[in-house]
Design a protein around this ligand. Structure first.
Ligand code: FES
Length: 148
């Protein structure tokens, strides 16, 4: 049911933890299952020099976040914003259809962290800033309060 890569990233997740001096932190929740994801980044000159995540989530959420952090590490903020959950799922050789929603958590957590980074710098954030009104939000997930 799960690919070898998914099993590897689930059993051996990369980049788990916190970054104490992170300058980008995003927390998102998945309303469908109640799972929570928190993403920490250290960004220097618009390059993601370090990234870590913590999740209260299922195995698919752990595996996709692990892969997503690997994919954005060393990348620019814009490159990370362009990362879709589909790219992450493809990099893991696929996920069962019923678990595809889990991969959205990683993508949204990355975007939330970068929004936080931009807000701290006084920059305008992109339209993906969540107000709970995007098409997929209504049935899939929503941002949690930042103090979560
Ligand atoms: Fe909640 Fe997978 S079941 S993220």
């Amino acid at each position: 049911m799960y690919s070898e890569k998914v099993m590897d990233h689930f059993s051996n997740p990369r980049n788990v933890g916190e970054i104490s001096d992170a300058n980008a932190v995003g927390t998102v929740g998945n309303a469908k299952c109640g799972d929570i994801m928190k993403m920490y980044m250290k960004i220097e000159n618009d390059i993601i020099v370090d990234v870590k995540f913590k999740t209260f989530g299922c195995g698919a959420a752990i595996a996709t976040s692990s892969m997503a952090t690997e994919l954005v590490k060393g990348k620019t903020v814009d490159e990370a914003l362009a990362l879709s959950n589909k790219t992450v799922v493809d990099a893991l050789d696929g996920l069962p259809a019923v678990k595809l929603h889990c991969s959205v958590l990683a993508e949204e957590a990355i975007k939330a962290a970068i929004d936080d980074y931009k807000q701290r710098r006084g920059e305008k954030t992109e339209s993906h800033e969540c107000h709970g009104d995007c098409p997929h939000c209504a049935h899939a997930h929503h941002h949690l309060p930042q103090n979560e």
